[in-house]
Design a protein around this ligand. Structure first.
Ligand SMILES: Nc1ncnc2c1ncn2[C@@H]1O[C@H](COP(=O)(O)OP(=O)(O)OP(=O)(O)O)[C@@H](O)[C@H]1O
Length: 355
């Protein structure tokens, strides 16, 4: 039995806001609520000064939701609604100015990789596209901003904490020709992947402006799934060239992708196109091709929205095992048809001046 969004909201309405006296839903601080199967995710948008007083409410909301039948996982992230505080271990430095989107120094283009829902392969596409662009000779950065589960360090086979010799700027890591920084690298490996402090927005700004990206032709930003504060902060703080939406052919994923597209349009971020992932299954034994999740849905949706379908990526065991092993398929099986789909995507973006 899966839980409904209304049932989740009912539970949250029973949790008091320790500051305003109302419940947390009426207080308007529950944001970006997504319910997918047994996974409930939302953001508590709060004044950073109230973080400690809000913690019991966060814990209560989490515990009550966990107790609901049909709920397996609950992720609650507290974010600052106004000022952007610093993550704890950096002393500040080149603080970004609060007004308007800015250019990240040395970075020619910023392209967001987004999806309407989780698990459609957004991070896999971002990692392989980054490696494929590097193979085309582009100077590529990858910023993993997926707060719910930063996966790029594992996919690109980097570990360890990035250094900050001067306490002001952060040195990114590098592998497979890609310069990488991940929110996940700011937390300890054994820490929960959920950001429990109102530090998220500040952390994203630091990732953009305090990481020594060097000269880049393109910085790919792997966003969290859905529409939410990270997407908004990115568009507000940085000059984003555009967004690429990854979707599977399933209708439900398409519907969610539509919501993501609407949000980017509202923020004035151009949609560069869509990518269909898991388009066709290629059997790793016999090479037989099968459209497990249907076919053509993303192409039709892209046409309806008037944006190009940039690539159709097959569903193939190699793509998963390569990512799990820390060397994306473009790096580990460069000549395979599954790598070719990413290489062609990279060449297309370069040819169109988008990368
Ligand atoms: N084309 C593909 N073929 C085979 N496996 C794939 C493919 N794309 C993604 N996967 C696998 O599907 C799983 C989910 O992919 P991934 O983590 O990239 O999704 P995501 O959209 O970034 O999810 P989330 O945002 O929830 O982290 C991973 O195990 C990944 O290896």
């Amino acid at each position: 039995m899966s839980i409904t969004r209304d049932a989740v909201l009912d539970v949250l309405k029973s949790v008091a806001d320790p500051v305003g006296g109302k419940d947390i839903v009426s207080a308007g601080i529950v944001r970006a609520l997504t319910v997918e199967g047994g996974t409930v995710r939302f953001v508590l948008e709060i004044d950073p000064a109230r973080a400690q007083r809000m913690e019991p409410a966060r814990a209560e909301a989490e515990a009550r939701l966990r107790a609901l039948p049909g709920v397996d996982t609950v992720s609650v992230v507290m974010t600052a609604h106004s000022a952007a505080p610093q993550p704890p271990d950096l002393k500040g430095g080149a603080r970004p100015k609060p007004q308007g989107p800015e250019k990240v120094p040395g970075v020619e283009r910023i392209v967001a990789i987004a999806s309407g829902k989780g698990g459609v392969g957004k991070s896999t596409v971002a990692a392989n596209l980054a490696v494929a662009l590097a193979a085309e000779g582009r100077r590529v950065g990858l910023l993993d901003a997926d707060v719910y589960g930063p996966s790029q360090p594992r996919m690109l086979g980097v570990s360890g904490r990035p250094a900050s010799p001067d306490g002001k700027t952060i040195l990114p890591l590098r592998n497979h020709g890609v310069t990488l920084m991940s929110l996940g690298l700011l937390t300890q490996e054994d820490e929960a992947v959920v950001w429990r402090g109102p530090m998220l927005m500040g952390a994203l700004q630091q990732m953009l402006f305090q990481v020594q990206w060097g000269a880049l032709d393109i910085l790919l930003v792997d966003l969290p799934p859905g529409t939410g504060d990270v997407q908004m902060t990115l568009a507000q703080k940085a000059e984003v060239t555009g967004a690429i939406i990854v979707s599977t052919p399933q209708d439900i994923a398409l519907l969610d992708a539509r919501k993501g597209i609407d949000m980017f349009r509202k923020m004035g971020t151009p949609i560069l196109g869509m990518i269909e992932n898991m388009a066709v299954h290629i059997c790793s034994n016999c090479g037989h091709e099968e459209h497990i999740f249907g076919h053509g849905g993303v192409r039709a949706e892209a046409a309806r929205l008037g944006v190009p379908l940039l690539a159709e990526i097959p569903l193939h065991l190699d793509i998963r095992t390569a990512s799990d092993g820390g060397a994306p398929v473009v790096a580990s099986k460069a000549a395979s048809p599954q790598a070719r789909a990413f290489r062609e995507l990279a060449r297309r973006l370069v040819a169109e001046g988008l990368a």
